[in-house]
Write a protein that binds this ligand. Structure first.
Ligand SMILES: [Zn+2]
Length: 331
């Protein structure tokens, strides 16, 4: 008897829900539900989608992309998503597990990084050693890989929402034009840096794909593979290595405050610059400069200024988001 009455209640509820959907058919009701993980990926998706989808970025601004903790509410967000964009290459393993466990029927997890490069293009290096098995995941610091992400986003959105295909294409085309301008400016700024100075010593090892594209050498990274601080022995070796290398500057990151790098810089007599970023976008969500392109422009200004080049060569790049400020993105 009890299960019979339960069935009646369920039926009534279902009818009620169906009626509601009919009444509440506002334009937003039909929008694709899209989730992305780290800020640069959320921003790349936004540049293609604009407000035509309902977009949520899971990793809050200023959080560390590698060690962020998901909230229980993120599982709910994922369970209603039609598309979940993840970098992959072991960057967001906990988000990946949560996405798989909560995936709605017919929804799709898109592993952008793993679609853009083949295993023989993976870079293993200082913080991402081959014996660990996880390649360096920071493909997006190479703007042409960022554009390849955008192309996949455009294809996936278009397949699920063909009515807006033209808008996605137009946004993508404008984003591609801005990436081309960014790429040209990076080449010019790099050319202004004396060749012997085109060396990157970073705390966080995130320019592995950027460096070969533009002719920099990644000399080393201070952050150990487990994201702890380097040991005293490692610090001593790094100071020695730095003194021999003749680099004018070493770079930290705001997301990874490290007193150790400061100390290494002082003891090696090298300028320590703390402001490189691979995932923290400038400004706050909704600000005009809260964009992937603005982050890369800031990075290049920092590199050029501290390695003996001309940072003003980055000034002409349009750093705004193609669809305007990202105030509508939940992040
Ligand atoms: Zn990173």
């Amino acid at each position: 008897m009890k299960s019979y009455s339960n069935a009646i209640v369920l039926l009534a509820l279902t009818l009620l829900l169906c009626a509601c959907v009919g009444v509440m058919s506002e334009p937003s009701e039909g929008r694709l539900q899209v989730v992305a993980t780290v800020s640069p990926i959320t921003n790349i998706v936004y540049n293609v989608s604009g407000d035509l989808v309902e977009l949520t970025g899971l990793v809050p601004a200023g959080a560390d992309s590698h060690t962020f903790e998901l909230a229980p509410s993120d599982a709910v967000t994922m369970s209603s998503a039609d598309l979940i964009f993840i970098n992959g290459l072991d960057l967001e393993t906990s988000a990946m597990r949560m996405a798989e466990a909560n995936l709605k029927e017919g929804a799709e997890i898109v592993l952008l990084g793993e679609m853009v490069i083949e295993p023989d293009q993976y870079v293993f290096d200082f913080s991402f050693p081959a014996e660990g098995g996880s390649p360096n995941p920071h493909l997006w610091t190479d703007p042409l890989y960022a554009l390849a992400y955008a192309e996949i986003v455009r294809e996936k959105l278009t397949a699920r929402d063909p009515e807006n295909a033209d808008a996605y294409q137009a946004n993508y085309d404008e984003f591609a034009a801005r990436i081309a301008a960014l790429d040209a400016a990076i080449q010019a700024a790099t050319a202004s840096i004396p060749e012997a100075n085109r060396k990157l010593y970073t705390y966080h090892d995130s320019f592995a794909y950027f460096a070969p594209r533009y002719g920099y050498t990644v000399m080393g990274a201070f952050q150990p593979a487990d994201f702890s601080e380097p040991s005293a022995q490692e610090v001593a070796a790094l100071i020695e290595q730095l003194r021999e290398s003749g680099v004018p500057a070493i770079f930290g990151s705001e997301v990874f405050p490290s007193t150790t790098v400061d100390q290494i810089g002082r003891e090696a007599g090298v300028q320590f610059v703390s402001t490189l970023s691979d995932d923290d976008l400038p400004g706050d969500p909704g600000d005009p400069e809260h964009s992937y392109i603005a982050m890369m422009v800031e990075n290049l200004k920092t590199m050029a200024a501290s390695l003996g080049g001309d940072p003003t060569l980055m000034d002409g790049v349009d750093t705004g988001n193609v669809p305007g400020p990202d105030s509508s993105v939940r992040q």
